[in-house]
Design a protein around this ligand. Structure first.
Ligand SMILES: [Zn+2]
Length: 187
């Protein structure tokens, strides 16, 4: 069961497993599946450490105000503000990169991808008859495996789906689902 809708994020709770999204009309069935990425723990840790660092500097500014005077204290205060703004900005950028990243869904009408790697910042549907094959891409240094979707027609047409698969097994599951659907369509 997929919930919420991978194309428009509408909640599909309580609807039949074989149905269409009431909001955008996306058809899905019992064999549909979604891969998506949540905010990574490292990003949360970065925010906490950054916030803690800012607090620490505020206290430092207070102490310095008592010993060194207002000029040094306001300098540290200014640095604190700059650090706080930087931390917020980096977190926003990373969050956008992550969340606008990372959806892959297998549904009745095709594959839905959304992500920087795939070249689609908004959910994009690739119909089953346009897909030739799916291949797991092995990359050194990448923690998560990626899958390359080869499209029919031009051999160079491909879509990279990356970042959403937890491990090799997860990516393999996606590839198997894709090939099953492609074969079904070709029959
Ligand atoms: Zn929808």
């Amino acid at each position: 069961m997929i919930d919420p809708c991978p194309r428009c994020d509408y909640s599909l709770t309580g609807l039949p497993v074989d149905h269409a999204c009431p909001e955008c009309g996306l058809r899905y069935d019992a064999g549909s599946r979604v891969w998506r990425v949540k905010l990574p723990k490292s990003l949360v840790a970065f925010g906490l450490i950054g916030g803690f660092g800012c607090l620490k500097m505020l206290f430092l500014a207070r102490d310095v105000y008592n010993t060194e005077g207002v000029a040094v204290a306001s300098f540290i205060y200014m640095l604190t503000m700059m650090l706080a703004v930087t931390v917020c900005w980096v977190m926003l950028c990373l969050r956008r990169a992550v969340t606008s990243g990372m959806i892959a869904a297998v549904v009745a009408e095709g594959i839905i991808v959304r992500g920087l790697a795939s070249g689609h910042l908004n959910p994009h549907t690739i119909a089953w008859d346009l897909i030739d094959s799916a291949v797991i891409k092995k990359t050194w240094g990448e923690r998560k495996p990626a899958v390359v979707l080869h499209l029919t027609g031009n051999a160079e047409d491909q879509v990279l789906v990356s970042g959403v698969f937890a491990d090799h097994q997860d990516a393999k599951c996606f590839v198997q689902l894709v090939h099953a659907r492609v074969n079904e369509v070709r029959k």
